[in-house]
Design a protein around this ligand. Structure first.
Ligand code: F6P
Length: 342
């Protein structure tokens, strides 16, 4: 059996650990052959592949990004697209199964391909940790670790100047990275998309921290919205990701805080630094376990299934399960963090 592996959508620390585990166990224990499909669905449509073997994956679980490249190409659009054309390409290349590693958009396309009869198994990935069909995704732990280090560093410079430091982290629709970073750094306020807050509410906390002669640290998720600014949001519209077109929220917040409280404020947008680089140990382990379980699913011909973490177990679920509502931060988890604010 010849297995194609592709990574699609935004990259994420841990992708290479999935590929490595799949190739190692697949070759050694199941006699499978592997090809890497370049740049996600682009390579699948164009039949752009390269052979993967033990030496091509050696030492890669500690490397960030993806050795296969990635893209945001939709397999149903453009030349070579659609299930029938892709099925012909797979036949021409002698590929019997495809392991698709990706987030919500990628898995939605993979699920559609599987529904259209293609032999596909899914592996979930996203640093945002917003897929409901799995308790955690690899990449999240690394992102929180990087953001925590950034927050710790901001605290020492903030303390020295008695400034309010605002740290913007990723999280387009959900606040998991911000929530965990806020708790880990001991942020004085954490702001997430699930809980809109007014600028007055934020400034009250910032001021009370400053009055105790502490330098306030505010951690904010990129998808957070300020309450009371709905008119401005609708005037400026949303970007392609559904984020308010106001500029980065961190850079919007810092001057607003400074203007209202008189406390000197600075913004740091962590950006892609939290998505690049080596995966944490925990992410390497989770990604490796996903890779092993995905090979089991392929050997069992469980097309249309996806691997998932439930508690401490890796289980198999239908890919369609990953496509429902996003996993948002529940109220009680935010309240937990809120008990430490101020
Ligand atoms: O979904 C993962 C993510 O990192 C989001 O947190 C972020 O909004 C988005 O991808 C950024 O995408 P891009 O790398 O295409 O700018």
């Amino acid at each position: 059996m010849r297995v194609g592996i592709l990574t699609s959508g935004g990259d994420c620390p841990g992708l290479n650990a999935v590929i490595r585990a799949a190739v190692l166990t697949g070759m050694v224990h199941h006699g499978l052959e592997f090809v890497g499909i370049r740049d996600g669905y682009r390579g699948l449509k164009e039949g752009d592949v390269r052979v993967l073997n033990r030496s091509s994956v050696r030492g890669t679980s500690r490397i960030g990004g993806t050795i296969l490249g990635t893209s945001r190409t939709n397999p149903y659009e453009g030349e070579g697209g659609g299930a029938a054309a892709i099925s012909e390409t797979l036949e021409r290349l002698g590929i019997d199964a495809v392991m698709v590693i990706g987030g919500e958009g990628t898995l939605a396309a993979a699920n559609r391909l599987a529904d259209d009869g293609l032999p596909i198994v899914g592996v979930p990935k996203t640093i945002d940790n917003d897929l409901d069909a799995t308790d955690y995704t690899f990449g999240f732990d690394t992102a929180v670790q990087i953001a925590t280090e950034a927050g710790d560093r901001l605290r020492t410079t903030g303390d020295s100047h008695m400034r309010c430091m605002v740290l913007e982290v990723m999280g387009r629709h959900v606040g998991w990275i911000a929530l965990h970073t806020g708790i880990a750094t001991g942020a004085h306020v954490t702001l997430i998309p699930e809980q809109p807050r007014s600028i007055e509410w934020i400034c009250e906390y910032v001021q009370s921290v400053y009055d105790r002669r502490r330098a306030p640290l505010v951690v904010v998720s990129e998808g957070f919205r300020l309450e009371g600014m709905e008119e401005e949001y609708s005037r400026k519209g949303l970007d392609a990701w559904g984020r308010p077109r106001l500029g980065g929220i961190g850079e919007v917040l810092a001057p607003m805080i400074e203007e209202r409280t008189g406390i000197e404020s600075r913004a740091t947008v962590l950006g892609h630094i939290q998505r690049g680089g080596a995966p944490s140990g925990a992410d390497r382990v989770l990604a490796t376990r996903f890779g092993l379980a995905a090979i089991d699913a392929i050997v069992d011909r469980a097309w249309g299934s996806m691997v998932s973490l439930r508690g401490t177990d890796i289980v198999r679920v239908r890919m369609a399960e990953a496509l429902g509502d996003l996993k948002r931060v529940p109220e009680h988890r935010y309240r937990e963090a809120e008990r430490l604010f101020g």
